[in-house]
Write a protein that binds this ligand. Structure first.
Ligand code: ZN
Length: 62
């Protein structure tokens, strides 16, 4: 199932909606911000019906 979840862009601090596939419980991928087009590293954890999104700048955390 695909759900839309809102999170905050770490570059421009705008609220951005991401489409998330809930069939995979742990995901990590890069998606460009729809507002400022910077690459956001998304770490997604899904527990039952709750979706947790962690957004960081792509060059952080490596
Ligand atoms: Zn942005």
């Amino acid at each position: 199932m695909i759900v839309e979840e809102k999170s905050t862009c770490p570059y421009c601090w705008e609220s951005v909606y991401f489409e998330i596939d809930t069939s995979v419980s742990e995901q990590e991928y890069v998606e460009d911000c729809h507002v400022c087009c910077n690459p956001i590293l998304l770490r997604i954890n899904i527990f039952g019906n709750s979706v947790n999104i962690d957004t960081t700048k792509e060059d952080d955390g490596f």
